[in-house]
Design a protein around this ligand. Structure first.
Ligand SMILES: Nc1ncnc2c1ncn2[C@@H]1O[C@H](COP(=O)(O)OP(=O)(O)OP(=O)(O)O)[C@@H](O)[C@H]1O
Length: 282
């Protein structure tokens, strides 16, 4: 399988703050989840990929195109779908008009065909009956689905989603997983999230970013497996370390074995939290 995206040595600074630090990453077909704490650089990374931000140094190749080149950048923008973290919808547009506007920007010039495509993506996210509702009258979750609809226009070869499941109810989250996994069957999807359940359920690959660097790159299974032998369950409140009390009244402990601790099955979240507790490589 050839790589659709190759990022090499990407650095991005905002003033003196380094958001991305010589980051290398390749992506192929399938769904890749980017996990990382607040401020890790996930949004900056996705913006560089979506061509809304240029890195200070390093190179990007996406779909064989170079976003630093003007003609390539235009071509790439036509072929990618992007759901930004803060879509900032036009409040007075109707749902239909907003998606139609993005479709025009994407150069879908045939009006009848474009309108068919707008109706298709609105149906995909379950907003057909809200097509004529103004954006300001939609709920937060509906706006998020509208933002996803515009990203799905024209079957993008590269789909970039920044925290796409924020505000979705469980039914809509299921619909989202179905939609995205379908795109990932033969195209490249990259999404950032704080929801480790979404990563476990949807992503065949997970990349953990911390301090602007990649600190883990593998399957969700491998991330969880890395926590093997470091996750415990105990009836007694532990003396220290990372722990919380579960619904069963027992304490789940990450790290060293507490007194009376029994080994527990690690999850992707356990693997992620333990990976973050390790230092970022220099
Ligand atoms: N426009 C900006 N101006 C100055 N600093 C910025 C700007 N955008 C991001 N940063 C800083 O760059 C770093 C990376 O931010 P980024 O938004 O990429 O992180 P993130 O992983 O997406 O975080 P979150 O999970 O909170 O959304 C942070 O330290 C942030 O404060």
């Amino acid at each position: 399988m050839t790589d659709t995206v190759v990022l090499t040595g990407i650095t991005k600074r905002y003033g003196r703050r380094t958001a991305l630090d010589r980051l290398d990453l390749t992506l192929g077909a399938g769904v890749t989840g980017i996990l990382g704490p607040n401020g890790a650089g996930k949004t900056t990374l996705l913006r560089c990929l979506a061509t809304t931000l240029a890195p200070d140094s390093g190179t990007i190749r996406a779909l064989g195109l170079d976003p630093a080149d003007r003609a390539d950048r235009t071509e790439l923008r036509r072929r990618l779908g992007y759901l930004p973290q803060d879509p900032g919808c036009y409040p007075h547009f109707t749902a239909f008009d907003l998606v139609d506007y993005v479709a025009i920007l994407k150069d879908l010039t045939d009006r009848a065909e474009r309108h068919r495509e707008v109706r298709r993506v609105l149906a995909d996210v379950g907003l057909t009956d809200r097509a004529t509702t103004r954006v300001r009258k939609l709920s937060g979750g509906m706006r998020q689905r509208l933002a996803l609809a515009q990203a799905l226009l024209a079957d993008p070869d590269l789909l970039i989603l920044d925290e796409p499941t924020v505000g979705l109810d469980p039914e809509q989250r299921m619909r989202f997983r179905r939609l995205v996994s379908r795109v990932g069957e033969d195209r490249t999807v990259v999404l950032s999230t704080h929801q480790t359940e979404d990563v476990a359920a949807l992503c065949e690959r997970v990349v953990v970013v911390s301090g602007g660097r990649v600190v883990f790159d593998g399957t969700p299974f491998a991330l969880a497996a890395a926590a093997e032998g470091h996750v415990w369950s105990t009836a007694e409140r532990p003396a220290g370390g990372q722990y919380w009390r579960g619904a069963d009244g027992r304490y789940r402990v990450l790290g060293d074995r507490p007194a009376g601790g029994e080994s527990a099955e690690p999850t992707v979240e356990d693997g992620y939290l333990l990976r973050l507790a390790e230092p970022v490589p220099a």
